[in-house]
Design a protein around this ligand. Structure first.
Ligand code: FES
Length: 107
């Protein structure tokens, strides 16, 4: 297995209904994860990008949250429709998608 250039963590944390922190799972993170895996498959980018689910990343309010390393860029309120843009700009060209980035006060 080759070492990917970028690793994507998709918060898939679940919590009980009415939990005060909510969760990324309740906000649709599974659909985002599936969209990312689908795009990875479509582009056959396995040598460049790794994608995995994660537990809570911290700032639950802004979920679904997606964290990309090595740049440590946190994307918030990510929807499946954003996935192609994240791949085009960030995962393939190294340019983070500004409009989805968490504000400095958050991350
Ligand atoms: S539940 Fe996703 S960041 Fe906390």
């Amino acid at each position: 297995m080759s070492r990917p250039q970028r690793q994507v963590f998709v918060c898939s944390q679940q919590r009980p209904p009415n939990h005060p922190r909510g969760s990324c799972a309740a906000k649709g993170s599974q659909a985002v994860l599936q969209a990312l895996w689908g795009e990875l498959q479509k582009r056959q980018a396995f040598d460049k990008v790794g994608i995995t689910y994660s537990g809570c990343l911290g700032p639950c309010d802004g979920g679904p949250n997606v964290l990309v390393y090595p740049e440590a860029v946190l994307y918030q309120r990510v929807a499946p429709a954003d996935v192609a843009e994240i791949f085009d700009q960030h995962l393939e060209k190294g340019v983070p998608v500004e409009r989805l980035q968490a504000p400095p006060a958050v991350w």
